[in-house]
Design a protein around this ligand. Structure first.
Ligand SMILES: *Cc1c(COP(=O)(O)O)cnc(C)c1O
Length: 429
């Protein structure tokens, strides 16, 4: 494949945008080479500036659950744009999407919309701290909750790819209030709670970790966290920015039948426009301004175009009774197909999968937390990535990312992907 235009555009971009990108992982630093510049996308495919077509497994890092340029979303945004793109006043559509979200997700009464997943998580911990009157939070190594200061500590993909788990600019003062636990290690959490009794406001977790590859919670792990939180008056925050409206209508709360106290959303909830949200039961949400003392605001929050896209997306998900079954089946098909090829050629691997999230690790040990995810062979991954890219398959340019399966993928696309994996494996075997 030729990447002439992408190369030229990247060169130009680097002159005026740091690293040529507006979010670091796009720069291909983890895998080397020149990032491809997207020009358009439709359904399962993304097209670059050189006219190459790719079967897309990134899907804007999650939002495109139903494929690119999904008809109802595009129509809704177009129609809304005609009547004004922002007012800074309340609008009816905000209530409409809030009612729908509250009806789909278990255990929430009220939801507040923001502009990104980062904002959602940042606001959720402020709310938890205000509500409990405590300062510290527990997060898990390798979990990503956006780029706000409190979370940039062992924060998975971006940081992991660049080998900088902590960022300069995050103060010691902030860092000391973020306690780190190992994913899937309940004893570790217990020890932290005991050592910091009555000081912990919240435990925040990706109920299925998706930013160090896809790592499912061990059986009973989320339930045990729930019990620990209950007995220590700690709020349990599920960061469902990736899993929300993806693993089930009600997200991971529904899939695992565990209730969180605060839930964060992003990605799918915006249908591809910049949207985040956080939600909880009344008792907690009423603590938020203007009802309560915890301040949180946003000039463009609840933006009509963003709400129109999100609403069209949630409606489509809510009205499709077979969606999650179809996504599951497609992902399982891909899993089995890739596993068969890797087995055939005796390649060491682990594949993790939950619903439409899947990750391939080039290491045969179980991948259940950040340490085991980091053990994967990064060199193999790099050649794998470039081989797939050259064959028209676009997976995330980092060994620490999940692949996202969309409803737009056909079984032909999946077969083409499996064939590409086979070609790669033949080349290295
Ligand atoms: C993507 C992501 C975020 C951050 O969302 P942005 O919209 O990129 O700010 C937070 N948490 C999780 C679990 C995510 O996957």
């Amino acid at each position: 494949m030729l990447y002439q235009r992408s190369s030229a555009l990247f060169k130009e971009a680097q002159e005026v945008i740091p690293g040529g990108v507006n979010s670091p992982v796009r720069a291909f630093k983890g895998v080397g080479g020149t990032p491809i510049f997207a020009k358009s996308a439709k359904g399962a495919y993304v097209y670059d500036e050189d006219g190459n077509r790719y079967i897309d497994y990134i899907n804007s890092w999650g939002p495109m659950l139903l494929g690119h340029a999904f008809g109802p979303v595009v129509e809704a945004v177009k129609a809304k744009a005609e009547s004004g793109t922002s007012f800074g006043m309340p609008t009816a559509i905000e209530t409409e999407i809030a009612e729908l979200a509250v009806s789909m997700v278990p255990n929430i009464d009220k939801i507040r919309f923001v502009n990104s997943g980062t904002e959602a998580c940042m606001s959720a911990i402020r709310l938890a701290r205000g509500f409990t009157g405590r300062d510290k939070i527990i997060k898990f190594s390798g979990c990503y909750h956006g780029h706000s200061d409190a979370f940039l500590i062992a924060a998975g993909s971006g940081g992991a790819t660049f080998g900088t788990p902590n960022s300069p600019g995050v103060t010691q003062g902030t860092a000391k209030d973020t306690l780190l636990a190992d994913y899937n290690n309940i004893e570790n959490v217990k020890q932290l709670i005991e050592a910091n009794s009555n000081k912990i406001a919240a435990i925040i977790i990706e109920p299925v970790a998706g930013n160090m590859g896809c790592i499912p919670p061990k059986k009973g792990f989320l339930e045990a966290l729930r019990l620990l939180c209950d007995s220590n008056n700690i709020l349990l925050i599920f960061d469902e920015v990736m899993t929300g409206f993806r693993l089930a209508k009600g997200g991971a709360q529904e899939l695992y039948n565990v209730n969180a106290d605060i839930v964060c959303f992003g990605k799918v909830i915006g249908g591809g426009l910049p949207v985040g949200a956080f939600a909880a039961r009344n008792e907690i949400m009423n603590y938020l301004a203007p009802l309560g003392p915890v301040y949180q605001a946003g000039t463009l929050s609840g933006n009509p175009l963003a709400m129109a896209a999100g609403l069209a997306m949630l409606k489509a998900i809510n009205s499709d009774e077979n969606l999650f079954k179809r996504l599951d089946e497609k992902t399982l098909y891909l899993h089995k197909g890739i596993a068969k090829v890797l087995d055939e050629f005796n390649i060491e691997y682990t594949i993790n999968r939950v619903g439409s999230m899947i990750s391939v690790h080039f290491d045969e040990g179980k991948v259940s937390d950040f340490d085991t995810a980091a053990k994967g062979n990064n060199e193999t991954f790099k050649t794998f990535f470039h081989s797939m890219l050259n064959q028209g398959i676009y997976i995330a340019p980092s060994a620490f990312e999940t692949w996202f399966i969309t409803d737009a993928l056909s079984y032909n696309d999946l077969d083409e992907t499996i064939a590409a994996v086979k070609k790669f494996v033949k080349g290295i075997a």
